[in-house]
Design a protein. Structure first.
Length: 350
């Protein structure tokens, strides 16, 4: 009788423990930690912001802010430097092994090269108009610049800063990721496709549809398990693809205006941020099963995002927005304008 009671007690304790773990797994626990406010970008007449790049090792965050790149301390949010003199910058790629950073300036159709130690501009390379997303591929030691309107990618040798080729993508590129083994994947927004590029031969190896998503922008990858996470705006969906075959394995509805995604291998969490002020949080239960565990409410316009892999914090930026102007025949759904000088950074963590 005594041992039976102890057994029942032990079983009950196990159920409570498992229930506790289940509840912990059901939410990420992310909430607003800090907010940093900055003024208008130098020489800017409108409030514009784009990609966020986090250098977790160097404890720096690079913020695309219209005519400048703001570099802030990842711990304190203190402004370290402004890389200015740009027309409309978009993204930053870091080639740390060569001590160089690369900025895509779509307004000038070029890439600005800077020193990672001094944060001073050291040169530039010609890209093409609407130079947008940019990434460094450590396998080929090359920087890939995605030129939106020309539907191309300019490829730069990261060590020399020289252009080594141009790839005709056959569609308007958005986010890109590298698997570290010689393949660069790129979302083509206007074609609702994802293409795989051989980073050495600069040839397109595969071209895959992302249905049921459409107009894909954000892209992240689980390199270890060969999974791609592509998020689109029309329809508003996240899809999970096998990076070897291009097969769509799962899909999930998301909120409007997706523009960034980040996967964290250590926790198995995937973060997808949208203009509507939402970060959708998913957990990779297994390579073949993703589950949405919660949605973090942020601020309207906070669609760009960077992940600090050291602290697991998320950096998002946005601005204050005015009311939408009256609709016209040419613009039946005009967007709300960002108010100049209200740019700010939001930090979310556990």
């Amino acid at each position: 009788m005594k041992s039976y009671s102890l057994g029942r007690l032990a079983s009950g304790a196990l159920v409570i423990l498992l229930s506790t773990f289940s509840l912990m797994a059901a939410t990420s626990g992310y909430h607003l930690l800090k907010k940093y406010t900055f003024g208008a970008a130098e020489g800017s007449t409108r409030e514009y912001f784009d990609y966020i790049t986090v250098d977790s090792a160097a404890r720096r965050v690079y913020l695309s802010h219209g005519t400048e790149i703001k570099v802030i301390d990842a711990e304190s949010g203190a402004l370290i430097a402004n890389i200015s003199g740009l027309k409309q910058d978009h993204g930053v790629a870091l080639a740390s092994e060569f001590g160089r950073g690369y900025i895509s300036d779509g307004g000038q159709g070029k890439v600005v090269i800077f020193d990672l130690r001094t944060l001073k501009v050291t040169g530039e390379a010609k890209a093409d108009k609407d130079a947008d997303s940019i990434l460094y591929d450590p396998f080929s030691k090359r920087v890939f610049v995605m030129n939106g309107d020309p539907h191309s990618s300019t490829v730069i040798d990261a060590k020399s800063g020289s252009v080594v080729g141009t790839i005709d993508l056959g569609g308007g590129p958005e986010f890109a990721v590298a698997d570290g083994n010689g393949t660069v994947y790129v979302n083509l927004e206007d074609k609702s496709e994802l293409v795989a590029i051989d980073s050495r031969s600069l040839k397109i190896k595969s071209r895959w549809p992302v249905a049921p998503a459409g107009a894909p922008t954000a892209l992240a990858m689980d390199v270890q398990h060969h999974r791609l996470f592509s998020a689109g705006r029309d329809p508003q969906m996240l899809v999970v693809l096998d990076s070897d075959s291009g097969k769509v394995l799962q899909s999930f509805p998301i909120s409007a205006g997706v523009d960034a995604a980040a996967f964290e291998p250590e926790t198995g969490l995937l973060f997808v941020s949208t203009r509507e002020g939402m970060v959708h949080v998913f957990h990779e239960d297994s390579p073949d099963k993703l589950s949405e565990i919660e949605t973090i409410k942020t601020e309207f316009g906070a669609k760009t995002m960077g992940l600090d892999t050291k602290t697991h914090n998320l950096f998002l930026d946005t601005a204050d927005f005015g009311p939408a102007p009256a609709p016209t025949a040419g613009r039946p759904h005009p967007p709300r304008p960002a108010i100049l000088g209200t740019f700010h950074v939001l930090v979310y963590g556990r």
